[in-house]
Design a protein around this ligand. Structure first.
Ligand code: UPG
Ligand code: MN
Length: 735
């Protein structure tokens, strides 16, 4: 066990024992893949017709892509580690007053998709961290440019004056008010009183959002009126408005109801103009980096999405266990906590837990040079945004440099003017922002891309995954939302994969083979759509024409297929269950890979190509966090939500229908009637596996009558398309 040099230790790290087994298994598996390639090559050479050549080539190509995904995936398995922190030892080394200051960034972008009451809850959960309040500054970026959000925050400030001291004096563990009142909290007259206050605030905010504007009866004083009036100019819209910066709390002046000081709280809505690119979330974060730079310039920065509240008030202490211990990891640039979620249904039908992506793979990278950046729950050293560890890049004004010490109060006129200036929409023109400084532009997955570029510059990272989640977030509850989110990721990842900074070339050169491959695995994630689509359609189509393409049951080559299939699936399942998973969730997770492959990845790739050709595309389509009661109920019961006529459902429905046909035809005609089991067993098995995975789709097409069922039009169109596909296949194969 390697532990930090300090004594008593602040943290420890341990390699998982299964890494040795992983390495041996990887060697065996790789050998079998090579053998399979040999078999593919032989089949190709011996193909008798042009059609059979094309089919063999397609299967070979699909298997090459699968092999690429498998081999790059091994970098996560070579050296996974787990860590432990001992925040209780921190006090033995550091005085409260020596702790570094923290700037916390929260992003929101749309008051209708991201209800302001939830954003307020997130802010309150971090404002009440167990940390010296004068060292804490919370910045809210409102890309929705909405007076509704500003209003919600002005209400939140009032509530915070009671909530913050209440949490501290009663040592409340759950400091997100909404989660607290949902939990089994100790009832007392004080908690009753606070609950009433909270409910009042919530009702007010929700009413205002419902009305779509802040009417006068909600504006209780002149200060609020003035703040809100900035939104009342004629040409102020979401895409077109000047900067709004409102200091809602100033730690030097504001006191809560018990007389304790409060953290800084600043509302920022950067200037927007239709004529200027704003780079979505990355642009918003860069604006915050500058505004906070002018106002507080704390050496540590936390980025949070508005839907991820803090679930543990002692998280900052955990972070300091690494950041204050220089021996923990040289050139440490950031520390990532996993995204963890609340409100998942038992089976996690959409695989939203993303266990592999957000917990298992980052633990694997942590054993190398550290995890990727995942957009939220990540603590950065501000310095990391300004060039590599040994190649600093100076920003255009010295006040923004990471070492500059702010010596004026946050409300100083000059500070406010400068803050407005740096949040202007043309400020970044002819500067290095987004390219050499700050969060990086050029990909819809700005998080992945920024973390990747920082690692290329030489920054390292740490993955901190305490058993009590540090942050908890929402998951989308309709299939359409999930697929859209995954599609956005697919587009963003391809943008990196095929850029001049592709991990497969630039990445491997900059950070070595294993880290390079780990990033390359993700960048090319969407190509999985190709083999998944091929396997979903080709074997079944061909089966319907009575043609066999896999080794016969009596052929020893079949063993290679069985080994590769079972080896990958069983290892994956074991890994999943060992990482606190259940079999049921694993099953949903593997199914969702197939669903993603057929929809998000396919449509994402098309969108990427369209974007590349200069056609207009969607950009950063914010995931909805608003809940519809009926939808919520169905989600909780584990029922798939189709409901809308999304083209992304077409390939899913088609695969479902085709595999069902192939399974029955193959099973009945080929195996029972023609006694052709030897030739067709594999294809019937593949179709059957598809059918097994498609149960929720059949249900949604035939059995259900609720609003979330498969729209009839999708069912009809996909049936026609399958019919057309079969006709073409018969024609081509009989040629
Ligand atoms: O123009 C924009 C668009 C989005 N956001 C914010 O970005 C965050 C993430 O957006 P969301 O729609 O919730 O995206 P998800 O798909 O849930 O996010 C995952 O993927 C994103 C990259 O695609 C990362 O930025 C996120 O951190 C990560 O959780 C939210 O707080 C938004 O308010 C902005 O500030 N400005
Ligand atoms: Mn989100």
């Amino acid at each position: 066990m390697a532990s930090a040099t300090s004594n008593p230790p602040l943290h420890s790290v341990r390699g998982l024992r299964r890494r040795f087994l992983n390495r041996i298994f990887a060697a065996v598996y790789a050998t079998v893949i090579l053998a399979l390639f040999y078999h593919h090559a032989i089949t190709l050479l011996h193909s008798t017709t042009f059609t059979s050549f094309c089919i063999s080539l397609t299967m070979f190509f699909s298997d090459i892509l699968l092999a690429y995904m498998w081999s790059t995936n091994q970098s996560f398995r070579m050296n996974p580690v787990t860590r432990e922190e001992f925040p209780e030892n921190l006090v033995k080394f550091f005085d409260q007053k020596d702790l570094p200051a923290m700037d916390i960034f929260i992003c929101t972008a749309d008051p209708y998709k991201e209800p302001p009451i939830n954003v307020v809850n997130t802010a309150l959960s971090v404002m009440s961290y167990d940390f010296p309040t004068e060292k804490l500054s919370v910045y809210l970026s409102d890309d929705g440019g909405s007076e509704l959000t500003l209003f919600a925050f002005m209400e939140a400030v009032e509530f915070a004056r009671t909530w913050l001291p209440f949490c501290k004096e009663n040592n409340v563990i759950q400091r997100c008010p909404d989660a607290y009142f949902r939990s089994n909290y100790a009832q007392s007259s004080k908690t009753q009183e606070i609950k009433v206050m909270y409910d009042n605030m919530k009702t007010k905010i929700e009413n205002v959002v419902e009305k779509g504007k802040v009417s006068v009866e909600y504006i209780s004083n002149e200060k609020k009126r003035q703040a809100l009036s900035q939104y009342w100019t004629k040409d102020s819209t979401r895409q077109n408005h000047s900067s709004v910066i409102q200091v809602l709390l100033d730690t030097k002046k504001d006191k809560d109801n018990m007389g304790y000081s409060m953290p800084n709280l600043v509302y920022v809505s950067r200037e927007k103009s239709k004529a200027t690119m704003h780079h979505f979330k990355a642009g918003a974060l860069n604006a915050l980096l500058r505004v906070s730079g002018i106002m507080t310039n704390s050496p540590i920065v936390l980025t949070l999405d508005c839907d991820m509240y803090s679930n543990d008030p002692s998280t900052l202490q955990r972070v300091l266990c690494y950041i204050l211990d220089k021996s923990s990891r040289p050139n440490l640039g950031y520390m990532q906590f996993p995204q963890r979620y609340h409100g998942l249904n038992n089976a996690d039908i959409y695989g939203s837990e993303l266990k592999r992506l957000v917990r298992m793979n980052p633990a694997g990278m942590d054993g190398l040079d550290g995890p990727l950046y995942m957009g939220t729950g990540c603590f950065f050293l501000r310095r990391a945004f300004f060039g590599g560890p040994s190649s600093p890049v100076q920003p255009e004004i010295q006040e923004l440099g990471p070492n500059y010490i702010v010596n004026k109060p946050i409300m100083d006129r000059e500070i406010l003017d400068q803050a407005h200036h740096v949040s202007g929409c043309n400020y970044e023109n002819l500067t290095s922002w987004g390219y050499k400084i700050g969060f990086r532009y050029g990909s819809l997955v700005e998080d992945y891309y920024t973390g990747y570029r920082l690692q290329c510059e030489g920054w390292k990272s740490i993955f901190c995954d305490p058993s009590k989640p540090a942050f908890l977030g929402d998951v989308p509850i309709s299939l359409h939302d999930v697929l859209n989110q995954n599609k956005r990721w697919a587009v963003g990842l391809l943008e990196v994969a095929f850029s001049k900074y592709s991990p497969i070339t630039f990445g491997i050169r900059s950070m070595g083979i294993l880290m390079g491959l780990a990033f390359a695995h993700l960048a090319f994630w969407p190509i999985l759509g190709v083999p998944i689509t091929v396997y979903a359609f080709l074997p079944s189509l061909i089966l319907l024409s009575g043609i066999s393409i896999f080794p016969k049951v009596s052929d020893p080559w079949l063993l290679a297929y069985i080994f590769l299939f079972l080896g990958a699936y069983v290892q994956d399942c074991l890994d999943f269950i060992l990482a606190e998973g259940t079999f049921q969730r694993w099953w949903s997770d593997q199914r969702f890979w197939l669903i993603r492959g057929l929809s998000s990845f396919l449509f994402g790739s098309i969108e990427y190509i369209a974007k590349h050709l200069g056609m207009p595309t969607q950009g950063f389509n914010v995931t909805s966090k608003a809940m519809d009661d009926e939808q919520s109920k169905r989600y909780d019961e584990g029922i798939f939500e189709f409901g809308v006529e999304s083209p992304m459902f077409l390939p899913l429905a088609m695969a479902a229908i085709l595999n069902l046909m192939a399974f029955f035809y193959g099973g009945i005609v080929q195996i029972f009637k023609e006694r052709n089991m030897d030739a067709f067993l594999v294809q019937v098995f593949i179709a059957g596996f598809g059918v097994l995975n498609c149960f929720p789709i059949y249900e949604a097409m035939i059995l259900r009558s609720d609003k979330g069922r498969m729209p009839t039009r999708i069912t009809i169109i996909s049936t026609l398309l399958v019919w057309g596909l079969c006709a073409i296949a018969t024609f081509v194969l009989k040629m």
